[in-house]
Design a protein around this ligand. Structure first.
Ligand code: F6P
Length: 326
């Protein structure tokens, strides 16, 4: 393959803290290697609606500490159509962009995979999502920051929960994936984590209540992953009102606060490593792979594997929560 001279970079799907650090790393590593960079605004939309701007080294100054994404982001319906992707390809040709770096989650990498196959176009993905639901990488960019945000919020809820001796149901994000919920519960010392992956196997709420949570504690904190599978915090609260009306229960839905804020050191370092690795991957003639990190080593994960949606929740973590919440 001839040497790539110009790349485009975009962020797509839900924003995640650390995306800016990744944009900075990709841009600087590309320029370091003599590759021109173009920023594509609002995800795949920018390709379809021609919002493409030149990026220089100073375009990414002072952003490593900022949450969100300076490139903006969107979930682009047009890119899911054959016609939309054709317009996107024409824009890439016109701009002389020979490879794309896509920073985003499951949906964004699924789009990247389809486009890469359709047009035989080199794309390298970076896992940018708070959900940590991409296969082949131990961590995604934004997950650690969101986890810390959850921990800080639950610490605050604990103060009021214990003052009023109440049961709190706290809903966290994650789509159909329980990483934020389970690790958020362990980090904040909660009593239970109700996660989609285990909903059919055990009734954690029933167990917690039948063990009599008030016997040794004056309050209780239960985290639940959003969505239909668990029923979310409102679903759990309805059940408590119906089946255990003796408990004074309150609901707190953390919502989009989990997506914001300055990235943690871990997320900044992860994003910087992955951004630099994306350029190395292109130089190595890799295409249609996501950059992952496994056992602290950079790895290339084919898109088909990354988006498989069956990242395993560890039984060890579930046990730790169970043991420590007695
Ligand atoms: O994928 C990231 C995420 O924050 C999920 O945890 C959540 O379900 C979803 O995005 C919310 O998306 P939106 O901001 O479009 O409502």
């Amino acid at each position: 393959m001839s040497r790539i001279k110009c790349i485009g970079i975009l962020t797509s799907g839900g924003d995640a803290p650390g995306m800016n650090a990744a944009i900075r790393a990709v841009t600087r590593a590309a320029i370091f290697n003599g590759i021109e960079v173009k920023g594509i605004l609002r995800g795949y939309r920018g390709l379809i609606f021609d919002e493409i701007i030149p990026f220089k080294s100073n375009s990414v100054s002072n952003i490593i500490q900022q949450g969100g994404t300076i490139l903006k982001t969107a979930r682009c319906k047009e890119f899911t159509t054959v016609e939309g992707r054709k317009i996107a390809y024409e824009a890439l040709q016109r701009e002389g962009i020979e490879a794309l770096i896509v920073i985003g989650g499951d949906g964004s990498l699924t789009g990247a995979r389809i486009f890469a196959q359709e047009y035989n176009f080199p794309i390298v993905g970076l896992p940018g999502t708070i959900d940590n639901d991409l296969m082949g990488t131990d961590f995604t960019i934004g997950y650690d920051t969101a986890l810390n945000t959850i921990m800080e919020a639950v610490d605050k809820i604990r103060d009021t929960a214990s003052s009023h001796e109440r049961l709190f149901i706290i809903e966290v994000m994650g789509r159909e994936c329980g990483f934020l919920c389970l690790n958020g519960a362990i980090a904040s010392g909660a009593e239970a984590a109700i996660i989609p992956e285990r909903i059919e196997e055990e009734d954690q709420l029933g167990e917690l209540i039948s063990n009599g949570f008030r016997k040794s504690k004056n309050s209780s904190l239960v985290l639940v992953t959003e969505g239909d599978i668990t029923g979310g915090a409102m679903g759990i609260a309805d059940r408590i009102k119906r089946d255990f009306p003796e408990y004074d229960c309150r609901v707190s839905i953390l919502g989009h606060v989990q997506r914001g804020g300055s990235p943690t050191a871990s997320d900044r370092i992860l994003a910087s490593r992955m951004g630099a690795a994306a350029i190395e991957a292109l130089k190595d003639d890799q295409r249609n792979v996501m950059i992952g990190v496994q056992d602290d080593k950079i790895v290339y994960v084919p898109f088909s594997k990354a988006i498989k949606k069956n990242k395993q929740i560890s039984d060890e973590l579930l046990n730790v929560l169970k043991i420590l919440s007695i």
